[in-house]
Write a protein that binds this ligand. Structure first.
Ligand code: SF4
Length: 417
């Protein structure tokens, strides 16, 4: 509570829900066990839920009723944030005795009980994020994890292996069945966006082929979808063009870390397969192929200053990222960052003010380059007309996409003392 007040004083221009979101993403949310039945009625596809990091079954996200700001729920019993049921069906986020506002949850999708023609649950193939986004995995394995070149912060690969083995999923799914699963899910939800995000392969050509085939099958089985966003390693220009022809509208070529000196150490697989200089070159090429506002690069912010010998101080890391944001936005690439939820030495990890400074720096960099228009914002205080890179529902482990939505927004507050 005192810390939240401190953040409000230190960032007086930052919208309240951005401050709360950044802090709740970094410190997690205590979840009342009596609310576990909520999980049975809600979407439970948050990364923290799925990779077994938390034992409590909780909805994957909550949304503030007043403005739809969406926050991933990472359960942490030590967190000062708490979700409570004030009255039946009246859920609130609280810190101490302060009610921070009324919240709701995305309903459990109707396709949870459906199976594909080969008898496998649809939910083995698709992951719902928010009310209108589906995520699918073109490759159920990250080769870097097996080859000893995994990104150093990554717990995702463990989750991928665990999920693939527990569900007996093939490393490369049958894309015809995956397309069928998306078509079934579409019967229950208004899919505006499909996201294709799987593991990385040393053989980049193969990775690109898998994504292309996966997307082609989905669109042919489920029909046209407004946006198709691909998360992959930095592909060559001809591979980018093929993906665009197949229906991709946006790409994320995630560098994960910016600092030049540490890059090879933090993402050894990506360094071997593409290399940092070439990665940057391909990001620029992608702006030519997909257009400004359609190419992004994500970072796991804070990891460069993890308490590891030779890593950066938090100030150095902050400076390094702000330089990176400037470099990328000058070239029409949209940087984004995830709040790193450390699995070790939590007290030494960056505090919320680090992330809010980073968020403000990113907002200013995008503003200076005039890129908000390319992201669909003709003015501040509105939700973007299309989801694309600035989807505020599914990218709920981030908060940068909320600046243009929430600045100047007229909100009916639901917070009470
Ligand atoms: S490329 Fe890196 S971040 Fe992505 S799944 Fe593999 S190890 Fe994890």
């Amino acid at each position: 509570m005192e810390y939240l007040d401190y953040l409000r004083t230190r960032f007086p221009e930052t919208p309240e829900h951005i401050i709360i979101k950044a802090d709740a993403l970094r410190r997690g949310i205590a979840f009342d066990l009596q609310l576990e039945d909520l999980a049975m009625r809600s979407c439970t596809t948050g990364l923290a839920t799925r990779d077994g990091r938390q034992e409590v079954s909780a909805p994957s996200q909550f949304h503030f009723c007043s403005d739809d700001t969406t926050v991933d729920i990472i359960v942490d019993e030590d967190s000062p944030y708490r979700i409570i049921e004030k009255e039946p069906e009246d859920y609130r986020l609280q810190i101490g005795s302060l009610d921070l506002g009324k919240i709701y949850f995305t309903s459990r999708p109707g396709y949870y009980d459906r199976t594909t023609s080969e008898g496998r649950p649809v939910q083995d193939y698709v992951v719902q994020r928010g009310p209108s986004c589906l995520l699918v995995t073109p490759v159920n394995i990250c080769a870097y994890f097996r080859g000893g070149d995994a990104c150093r912060f990554c717990a995702l690969s463990v989750h991928m292996d665990h999920e693939r083995e527990s569900k007996k999923l093939p490393m490369i799914p049958d894309y015809a069945v995956l397309g069928e699963a998306v078509a079934i899910a579409r019967e229950y939800m208004d899919i505006k966006e499909i996201k294709l995000n799987g593991g990385s392969l040393y053989n980049l050509k193969k990775e690109a082929q898998c994504i292309e085939q996966c997307l082609t099958h989905i669109l042919s089985a489920a029909g046209p979808i407004e946006e198709a966003t691909v998360f992959s390693q930095a592909l060559e220009e001809d591979q980018q063009k093929r993906l665009k022809d197949a229906g991709a509208t946006n790409v994320f070529f995630d560098m994960e870390a910016w600092n030049e000196r540490l890059w090879d150490q933090i993402v050894p697989g990506k360094a071997k397969t593409v290399g940092r200089a070439e990665w940057l070159r391909r990001l620029e090429k992608a702006v030519g192929v997909f257009g400004p506002g359609h190419v992004a690069c994500n970072f796991v912010a804070g990891f460069e200053s993890a308490p590891i010998s030779g890593f950066l101080t938090q100030q150095e890391s902050l400076r390094s990222y702000l330089d990176g944001f400037e470099y990328l936005t000058e070239r029409g690439v949209i940087p984004s960052f995830t709040v790193w939820y450390p699995l070790f030495d939590k007290p030494s990890a960056p505090k919320t003010e680090y992330y809010l400074e980073l968020g403000e720096g990113l907002h200013q960099a995008i503003l200076q380059q005039g890129l908000y228009r390319d992201l669909g914002f003709s003015k501040f205080g509105m939700d973007p007309p299309t989801l694309g890179l600035y989807c505020y529902f599914c990218r709920s482990v981030q908060f940068a996409q909320d600046y243009p939505r929430l600045i100047n927004r007229k909100i009916a507050s639901t917070a009470t003392a």
